[in-house]
Design a binder for this molecule. Structure first.
Ligand code: URA
Length: 219
């Protein structure tokens, strides 16, 4: 497993180097850092958000602002530390709009997500997690199409890349904008999605197909 971990770390470091040179979108020239992703290269769970915000752009790490702190609490509620999962985004550069006091965050454009998709696909390909948790509508739509409606369709299992189980829940930044009864209601929804993730990870890992198993058994 140590060798496998080192192999995946090498592959991810190489892929991150290529992504950091990318200038396919205008935001590639505006961002400070390319926020590739971080975490356990052998993680069973991969968490995918929208795109880096200001703090992430500054530090070059995903989910390190307020939404990141809440994400860590959400993961902690199902017994996972940040280091146990792999965290990244649909786009690696911070999408911004000009604002009076400097650039403001915005959701990634569909073309930016398409341009960045090969980098995300490569991360999924290297890590091959047992489950993917997509946070928020843009991340969900990037896997499930533009008609995905988060309020109606979150909380179900979908088939992600390579047949990996894909769950969608509300983005922690959305939770941070809720108050009072609304907050209690959305927390309940997110908790039920997180419990589904926990149950999926607790299922027995898939066994090798008989043909594969035969390759390693005594003749
Ligand atoms: N929101 C995201 O979607 N990703 C981050 O990395 C931070 C905030």
């Amino acid at each position: 497993m140590l060798e496998e971990r080192a192999r995946r770390e090498r592959l991810l470091a190489h892929a991150a180097g290529i992504a950091s040179a990318c200038r396919k979108c205008a935001i590639g020239a505006q961002r400070r850092t390319n926020v590739y992703g971080e975490g356990d290269p052998c993680a069973e769970l991969m968490v995918i958000g929208e795109g880096p915000g200001e703090t992430e752009d500054l530090l070059g790490r995903p989910f390190v602002g307020r939404a990141g702190q809440l994400l860590e609490k959400m993961l902690g509620a199902i017994g996972l530390a940040r280091e146990d999962v792999y965290i990244c985004n649909t786009v690696k550069c911070r999408p911004t709009l000009p604002g009076p006091r400097g650039p403001k965050n915005r959701a990634p454009e569909p073309t930016e997500m398409v341009n960045c998709r090969p980098y995300l696909d490569e991360q999924i390909d290297i890590i091959r997690p047992r489950a993917i948790l997509a946070l928020g509508a843009p991340a969900a739509k990037s896997f499930l199409g533009k008609d995905f409606q988060i309020t109606k369709m979150r909380g179900n299992w979908y088939e992600g890349p390579h047949g990996i189980a894909l769950m969608v829940t509300l983005h922690p930044a959305y939770l941070l904008r809720q108050t009072g009864g609304e907050l209690t209601a959305v927390k309940r929804l997110v908790w039920s999605d997180l419990k589904a993730i926990r149950a999926k990870l607790d299922e027995a890992p898939p066994v090798a197909a008989p043909e594969q198993a035969a390759l390693f058994s005594e003749p």
